[in-house]
Design a protein around this ligand. Sequence first.
Ligand SMILES: C[S@@+](CC[C@H](N)C(=O)[O-])C[C@H]1O[C@@H](n2cnc3c(N)ncnc32)[C@H](O)[C@@H]1O
Length: 162
Amino acid sequence: MHEKFTALTPALYEYLVAHNPAPDGVLRELAAETAALGPISMMQIAVEQGVFLTFLARLLGARRAVEVGTFTGYSAISIARGLAPDGRLLCCDVNEEWTAIARRYFARAGLAERITLRIAPGSRRCARCPARPRSTSPSSTPTRRAIGRTTRSSCPASARGV
Ligand SMILES: C[S@@+](CC[C@H](N)C(=O)[O-])C[C@H]1O[C@@H](n2cnc3c(N)ncnc32)[C@H](O)[C@@H]1O
């Protein structure tokens, strides 16, 4: 029978990683510091997922993004790097210790001005930002409608310039 999906074999994964851009020094050092936390470090996204997040944000032309669950900041840096030059990222997390690491690396990556980190549950702070589309034209894809465009007036984070 025809297989619908391509299995991610070790060989394919190796190829994928080898053909992705390597993380820069900031992300490498962040990953090393996160690894030093012990088994909890497995919460961090993988290097290739970070590359994908940057790509996705850039592809969408995203200017605003919300992240719920920032941990030590690897995914936040990856998203923020893909945003438009005036883009802003709002991060929510409930853990002070892990996000203190994130804050240091946001600064090191030159992103401190573009990322706002709130120590609060995502449900309370962030989920009030409905992903309302600016346009409901047929060319507006479901992904764009869901992720890409939130109207300034509908999002409290946007109203605060985040
Ligand atoms: C899997 S980790 C996130 C990994 C992160 N995206 C990265 O790439 O390194 C999950 C994070 O969600 C946070 N978290 C758990 N419950 C939360 C909540 N209700 N609101 C916001 N963050 C929460 C945890 O403190 C933890 O840092």
